[in-house]
Design a protein around this ligand. Structure first.
Ligand code: COA
Length: 187
């Protein structure tokens, strides 16, 4: 198989570390990587089929620390400038789209005050199938974003987002329920 250099290098960097679906990848199942994608992986990274990552004009960074896990489903789009860090676990479902410059960190990294024992610093983040996260959103530790949900641009998600809803604002609140027909996939 022949790839343009950039893809070959990026894919080569990821190949030893990621599991690209259960089937041996063929051309259509390979991740599509454009621009700069930084992968800091000491933990477990699982990537589904046809992952599409954009790393320009802003670089995109995926971090999985030792003992943590990042799972990315099939047909996921990760746009430019996105940062995803798994200190415990981040799970991204199938057909999820993540807008540019969004941050998804499952840890606060620092204690808030001397009463804070740090035990809740890192909490699992789950983004369910067919969710769309707009530009510049912040997804905080412990949050589950429901199936088919939309997170509006610039929102800060501090609590779980119900399935089939649009949330917006900081902190993000439900704006309205969405009509999603069975099997409909957002593009
Ligand atoms: C998700 C989105 C498309 C929703 O747009 P919409 O359905 O037209 O929403 P509306 O204009 O009907 O707004 C409904 C309410 O939510 C508010 N709202 C909409 N988007 C908001 C946002 N990003 N942050 C805060 N409030 C927002 C509106 O002010 C309005 O409030 P009101 O009822 O008090 O007037 C839009 O918010 C958005 O995020 N667009 C950018 C998507 C993006 O980032 N694309 C880049 C590629 S991934």
């Amino acid at each position: 198989m022949v790839f343009p250099n950039k893809v070959k290098i990026a894919y080569g960097k990821m190949r030893g570390w990621a599991v690209f679906g259960k089937i041996q990848p063929t051309l259509g199942l390979l991740p599509r990587i454009r621009g700069k994608v930084y992968l800091n992986r000491s933990g477990e990274l699982q990537v589904g089929k046809r992952l599409n990552i954009i790393g320009k004009p802003w670089g995109t960074q995926l971090t999985v620390v030792k003992g943590a896990r990042l799972t990315i489903g099939d047909d996921v789009l990760i746009n430019a400038g996105v940062g995803i860090a798994a200190n415990i676990e981040v799970v991204i479902g199938n057909n999820v789209m993540i807008g540019p410059r969004t941050s998804i960190f499952d840890s606060a990294y620092h204690r808030i005050d001397s009463l804070d024992d740090g035990s809740e610093m890192a909490q699992r983040i789950t983004i369910q199938d067919n969710a769309w996260i707009g530009t510049g959103a912040l997804i905080l530790p412990g949050v589950t974003i429901g199936k088919n949900a939309v997170v509006a641009a610039g929102s800060t998600v501090t609590k779980d987002v119900p399935d089939n809803t649009l949330v917006a604002g900081a902190p993000a609140k439900v704006i309205r329920e969405l009509t999603i027909h069975d099997g409909w996939i957002r593009r």
